[in-house]
Design a protein around this ligand. Structure first.
Ligand SMILES: Cc1cc2nc3c(=O)[nH]c(=O)nc-3n(C[C@H](O)[C@H](O)[C@H](O)COP(=O)(O)O)c2cc1C
Length: 200
């Protein structure tokens, strides 16, 4: 039985293109693994806080020294991380917002990037601790980033790949609905991206 973690990041609800693409990926995975269990982490609800001093002090101090506020912070972060640890397959909806990921996803990474949980350091340097997982990225954008002059502006897909690579997740497939603001492309981009989903 496969555990799927679906991370939702667009606040645009029903009209969101990345939600539609991400949902289509999850459905294709379910076609292949009919007993798969899906857990949704909707980052647009119950927002992950922006990092403050108390969060950083919590993440970089031993649990036995934690105040009751820090115990709650640690529990919250550990809960987010446990969803990643339990997942066999992770699907992230990732719309391009101002050349990068939605700020909610950035905040999420601040609460999940923790030594001893998602990575560790040993004598040879950092080592990812989330192994044998598959990541699917559902990328949507107004412009085109997979090729052409805007490719260098893409701080979305390469960034997610870097973070997950650091966590030990290197098996990544990206599905793209690009050009959603470009007449002549926008009409069919999402449909084509959904048709092109393949699950390995
Ligand atoms: C706040 C915001 C910022 C955006 N910034 C960019 C951008 O930098 N580059 C781009 O190509 N498209 C940009 N877009 C367009 C979105 O990437 C595109 O509409 C995408 O489909 C949005 O995904 P969603 O419908 O799941 O929210 C932006 C859209 C919004 C709402």
């Amino acid at each position: 039985m496969k555990n799927i973690l679906h991370i939702i990041t667009s606040p645009r609800g029903e009209v969101s293109a990345s939600r539609k693409l991400g949902k289509a990926i999850v459905e294709k995975i379910q076609e292949k693994h009919s007993d798969a269990v899906v857990k949704e982490r909707d980052l647009t609800k119950n927002l992950v806080p922006l990092l403050e001093e108390v969060h950083i002090n919590t993440f970089f101090s031993p649990p036995e020294s934690h105040s009751s506020e820090q115990q709650e912070i640690n529990k919250y972060s550990e809960n987010l991380i446990s969803e990643l640890q339990e997942a066999d397959i992770i699907v992230i909806d990732s719309p391009m917002y101002n050349f990068s990921v939605p700020a909610t996803l950035r905040a999420y990474f601040d609460f999940t990037s923790r030594a001893g949980y998602t990575f560790k350091y040993d004598e040879s340097g950092p080592k990812g601790l989330l192994n044998n997982k598959k990541l699917y990225i559902a990328f949507t954008s107004g412009n085109i980033y997979s090729e052409g002059p805007y490719q260098i502006y893409d701080s979305n897909v390469p960034y997610i790949k870097n973070v997950f690579g650091f966590y030990g997740v290197t098996d990544v497939s990206v599905f793209r609905a690009e050009g959603l603001s470009i007449p002549g492309i926008q009409e069919t981009s999402l449909e084509k991206a959904i048709e092109g989903i393949t699950i390995d």
